[in-house]
Design a protein around this ligand. Structure first.
Ligand SMILES: [Zn+2]
Length: 362
């Protein structure tokens, strides 16, 4: 028996890194990869292929959620909601890394999981006392001498990113020298550093230390000042908004900060903080709606969860629909370029060429 072939005749395909619409478009999945795609008239279905006719559906790359705590759910629910890769930003290493390793297997019923493991923090710092965090979620770094060892251990356990907490509202924070020692040690291992950052002084400290990414838009009430926006864009610091964990006026303020950063040309990576209160498993309608309110177009929202996220997470095989890429593909009902909320109407999901049989309920 050879590799199975599936031919999807879709209303539209968002093709390549430019997410160029092909209407109507046909995508061919062979085994675990994409073997061809193009305007429907130019693609012939092999006689033994499974053909899926989906004239109302737009096909796009599976979503990459850059901030989850997947231990709070059954991974299949996350995958069934259109998220084919999930980056976990805080969980005990002995629990998350075995799951992440298992997720790389084609038969795993869930998204590909990448993981930070523990969150590096000061003695007594966030999330040492956080209700949501199981024992072992925080890793204490007590001064710069401790930083090298903490990063080495975190990397050896399997981290693909290093997470730090800088939350002065929830306890002591890492000092500037310690933080710099952490980012330097991570960068020497070619690992990015992402940060949970509350207030402006902590943000400045983080930028001075060479932080690569905010794991949330600033969590405190401060407005991001223009010069800091400019600096973050210049230094290519990415932001994972996680607006769906914010509510009321707090969400409005955070959305305003995302809007200013986005308007200045900043890199935004889709991420929900799933597991926290707010986001539901899979592509989250409230997150998408808030990103749209921040002035992001449908195309830019999709790119933040696909092309841009794959680049930032160095997933060379994912993030776009092109021949030779892994077949992480979703189909949504409608035109998400025109109407971003169509992204939450997931009608079909393939991960690594395997179709997910049962999707989430609306
Ligand atoms: Zn989180």
């Amino acid at each position: 028996m050879g590799k199975s072939t599936t031919v999807v005749r879709a209303g539209t395909i968002l093709a390549g890194r430019e997410l160029e619409p092909m209407t109507p478009g046909t995508l061919v999945i062979e085994g675990s990869g994409i073997s061809a795609l193009g305007p429907s008239r130019s693609i012939d279905a092999p006689s033994d292929a499974t053909v899926v006719d989906a004239p109302r559906v737009t096909l796009l790359p599976g979503f990459i959620d850059c901030h989850v705590h997947i231990g709070f759910a059954d991974p299949i629910e996350v995958l069934a909601g259109g998220v084919t890769t999930a980056r976990d930003l805080g969980w005990p290493p002995e629990r998350i890394h075995p799951l992440a390793r298992a997720s790389a297997d084609g038969g795993f019923t869930g998204p590909l999981v990448l993981a930070a493991g523990p969150i590096l923090t000061a003695p007594g710092g966030y999330p040492s006392h956080a209700q949501w965090a199981p024992e072992g979620t925080a890793r204490i770094v007590d001064g710069p001498d401790d930083a090298h060892e903490a990063v080495a251990l975190t990397a050896a356990e399997g981290a693909t990113v290093v997470k730090v907490a800088l939350d002065e509202s929830a306890g002591p924070t890492l000092g500037p020298v310690t933080l710099k020692a952490i980012t330097d040690a991570a960068h020497r291992r070619d690992l990015r550093v992402t940060g949970h950052v509350h207030g402006l002084p902590e943000l400045v400290k983080a930028l001075d230390a060479g932080l690569d990414e905010l794991a949330h838009m600033l969590l405190g009430p401060d407005e991001l000042p223009g010069p800091l926006v400019t600096r973050m864009v210049r230094d290519r610091v990415a932001v994972v908004p996680t607006l769906s964990i914010r509510f009321g006026p707090d969400q409005t303020r955070a959305t305003g900060n995302v809007a200013r950063f986005a308007a200045a040309g900043g890199t935004i990576l889709y991420g929900t903080d799933f597991g926290n209160r707010g986001p539901r498993p899979g592509i989250d309608a409230r997150e998408v709606a808030a990103m749209a309110r921040a002035g992001m177009s449908g195309r830019r929202i999709i790119a933040s969860a696909t092309v841009e996220a794959a680049r930032a997470l160095r997933l060379a095989g994912a993030g776009s629909l092109e021949p030779g890429k892994v077949a992480d593909v979703i189909g949504v009902d409608g035109d998400p370029l025109e109407e971003p909320l169509a992204l939450a109407r997931v009608r079909m999901v393939w991960r690594g060429g395997n179709r997910v049989a049962r999707l989430r309920n609306e």
